[in-house]
Design a protein around this ligand. Structure first.
Ligand code: ZN
Length: 77
């Protein structure tokens, strides 16, 4: 995926602020919430988004527009 230095909000066109989403366990996209699986990447249809850093610190690059409450996640790395 091509990396863009500046990303813009699709709703208000303001510049998105770069940061990370960080969690104590792996971060995954899933089609729906499961009440039975504590680790989201165990689901067969899960897409793992986070890379793992030190001591179970999982994170993924993300861009935020606080005005629109919009977050864009880039898990291409
Ligand atoms: Zn916005």
């Amino acid at each position: 995926m091509k990396k863009y230095n500046i990303r813009h909000c699709p709703y208000c066109d303001a510049e998105l602020n770069k940061g990370v989403i960080q969690a104590g366990q792996r971060i995954a996209w899933t089609p729906k919430v499961s009440n039975f699986v504590a680790e989201p990447t165990w689901k067969k249809d899960a897409v793992r988004l986070s890379k793992q850093g030190y001591v179970a610190m999982n994170y993924v690059d993300a861009y935020i527009c606080e005005r629109c409450k919009f977050v864009e996640i880039d898990y291409s790395d």
